[in-house]
Design a protein around this ligand. Structure first.
Ligand code: FAD
Length: 216
């Protein structure tokens, strides 16, 4: 990886318990769905984060959760506007164009889809996002406003009106039909990606129509 570049934080706000949105000025072009490396020191090994903002926006946004005992995120969450971080060039191939597709995410796995959404790629898409609590349905208002009933928020640990109660896997398994001709983009935990991939294949979706990114 090339030398990391210094960026000055514009904001680093807690958006839900333990979840933060970090923003800094955009100094590179990227394709929605790509990731960058982030470190707190120039010589540190960066951790990977999906860009969550649109590719024409002036600021890059990163959505992350604090992992207690983690090397980066507890310190990252303490940084404030004016502090610096070190970032890599964007890279990665979790890319979806303008074609019809289904996006499935859990937790911060919503980040690449948020980038695609804010880059104008949500027409023709269905977005299914799950988290434990409704507070973790990041960007819900924006998705609802633009995507209407093509956006399916779900949570497992609380019952909230208008939000599907259960795992994204259960939601998908209850659908009468799963279109085998469209691509399914999955992003989040390894458990969700493997379970949903298996379900899709069992229900007749060809393996090559399942595209996955695992946050590990
Ligand atoms: C392609 C990709 C994209 C990603 N995008 C995002 C994103 O958009 N947002 C996001 O939040 N995350 C994302 N991640 C995950 C991210 O890269 C980090 O792994 C995550 O933020 C944790 O980093 P950390 O340094 O704080 O924790 P780490 O130091 O990696 O630790 C993680 C957890 O493991 C525990 N741990 C560490 N070492 C040990 C050990 N030896 N034994 C037992 N337990 C241990 C820690 O206590 C902690 O709870 C992505 C990952 C990938 C691969």
């Amino acid at each position: 990886m090339k030398a990391l570049k210094q960026s000055t934080i514009i904001s680093n706000l807690e958006t839900a318990p333990g979840a933060y949105v970090l923003s800094f000025p955009r100094s590179f072009a990227f394709v929605p769905g790509q990731v960058i490396g982030i470190a707190m020191k120039p010589d540190e090994k960066p951790r990977l984060y999906s860009i969550a903002s649109g590719n024409q926006e002036a600021l890059v946004r990163i959505l992350y959760t604090v992992k207690p005992g983690g090397k980066l995120t507890p310190g990252l969450a303490r940084l404030q506007a004016g502090d610096v971080i070190y970032t890599s060039e964007p890279f990665g191939g979790f890319i979806c164009g303008a074609e019809k597709a289904v996006w499935v995410a859990t937790g911060t796995g919503i980040a690449p889809f948020a980038s695609m959404f804010y880059s104008g790629l949500s027409v023709n898409k269905v977005l299914i996002h799950g988290n434990r609590f409704a507070s973790g349905l990041y960007f819900l208002d924006d998705f609802l406003q633009v995507m209407g009933n093509r956006y399916v928020p779900s949570c497992t640990r609380e019952a909230v009106e208008g939000i599907y109660h259960g795992r994204v896997l259960k939601y998908l398994s209850e659908l009468e039909q799963l279109d085998p001709l469209v691509k399914y983009y999955l992003c989040g935990s390894a458990e969700m990606v493997v379970d949903v991939r298996d379900l899709l294949i069992e229900r007749g979706v060809p393996f090559e129509n399942v595209v996955a990114e695992i946050f590990f």
